[in-house]
Write a protein that binds this ligand. Structure first.
Ligand SMILES: Nc1ncnc2c1ncn2[C@@H]1O[C@H](COP(=O)(O)OP(=O)(O)OP(=O)(O)O)[C@@H](O)[C@H]1O
Ligand SMILES: [Mg+2]
Length: 305
């Protein structure tokens, strides 16, 4: 691990980054580690796409923990605009300032004063650009913002500078590590994709998910976590409206601990399956297909196939 002069940490190799992320509580897949490493080395933003609950947001958080960089987060939503993403003048404070001014002060003096940094409210993008030390910038759920916002973002991401008419241009003195996440609710523009490295995060294989659950819920006995993963993967294999994600696996593991369950049998499953399945119609499908198998003792014995 290489300590940078500014106190942050930068990886010297792919393996180092992967281990570092592990130390920060994130078990990165091969591709997640690779793309993150390239983002560091090439200074390019990463666009992370994938289903809900597979660790898109957490990757950015883990990178910030590992690199000891501050996390600056912009949560996107419909109608998000520049005032909430870049900066906004603090009108109320400006007004008070004007009122407090002696009546004979000229407008020029007042204006110079009220459009200074003191009256500027920095929003996440400006915060990340103006930061003295390199940060991790998470632009979460970019697919929820409008296309116009995406266009504005493109400018910021290609120049790493923001122009404020009353103040001048704010240029980044350090490069933030930028991650954008998307749940695919709409197709992002080609222009945005072209500027980013691309990472598709999917549900992990059973081995990795087992490691993740063990990491988050170490109290769950190994035999139970294995069975839990087996069940979750089986449920994911059904044609559901909303398959369970890693987040649900972790929640389920925690719930089993709280309830003091010692096995995942049919009765435990029936009582707790709504933690991993959250649609009325899905519940019926799962109760029938998985519940019945558990009742027959078919699950939880990998060797019996
Ligand atoms: N590789 C991993 N290592 C450790 N924990 C993980 C990993 N992937 C996911 N998790 C855990 O799974 C949970 C869900 O992750 P996260 O919130 O990042 O999902 P997401 O993809 O951003 O979901 P959404 O699209 O709903 O926002 C978190 O508690 C996170 O800690
Ligand atoms: Mg997320």
């Amino acid at each position: 691990m290489a300590g940078e002069p500014d106190g942050t940490v930068a990886p010297n190799s792919l393996e180092e980054l992967r281990e570092g992320l592990g130390g920060a509580g994130y078990l990165a897949s091969e591709s997640a580690a690779l793309v993150s490493y390239l983002a560091y080395r090439l200074g390019k933003p990463v666009l992370v796409e994938g289903p809900a609950g597979v660790g898109k947001t957490e990757l950015a958080k883990a990178l910030s923990r590992y690199a000891q960089r501050r996390l600056v987060r912009l949560q996107c939503y419909e109608g998000l605009d520049e005032a909430k993403a870049l900066y906004e003048w603090n009108y109320r404070k400006q007004l008070l300032r004007i009122q407090a001014e002696a009546a004979d002060t000229g407008w020029d003096d007042v204006q110079e004063d009220i459009f200074s940094k003191e009256f500027l409210m920095e929003r996440p993008l400006l915060k990340a650009i103006s930061a003295q030390e390199p940060v991790v910038l998470l632009i979460d759920e970019i697919d929820k913002a409008d296309q116009e916002f995406e266009a504005m973002l493109l400018e910021v991401l290609s120049d790493f500078q923001i122009s404020i008419p009353e103040l001048g241009v704010v240029e980044a003195s350090t490069r933030p590590l930028v991650l954008l996440t998307s749940n695919n609710t709409r197709e992002l523009t080609e222009a945005l994709k072209r500027r980013c490295l691309y990472l598709w995060l999917d549900y992990p294989d059973a081995e990795r998910e087992l490691e993740i659950v063990n990491l988050h819920v170490p109290e769950l006995p190994e035999a139970m976590s294995r069975k839990l993963i087996e069940v979750v993967h089986m449920v994911r294999g059904l044609d559901l409206k909303k398959p369970p994600s890693i987040a649900e696996s972790i929640d389920w593991a925690r719930a089993l601990i709280v309830l003091g369950a010692t096995d995942i049998d049919k009765s435990v499953f029936d009582r707790t399956m709504s933690i991993i399945v959250k649609h009325r119609t899905d519940l019926d499908v799962v109760a029938e297909r998985v519940g019945v198998r558990l009742g027959n003792g078919i699950l939880g014995h990998a060797e019996s196939g």
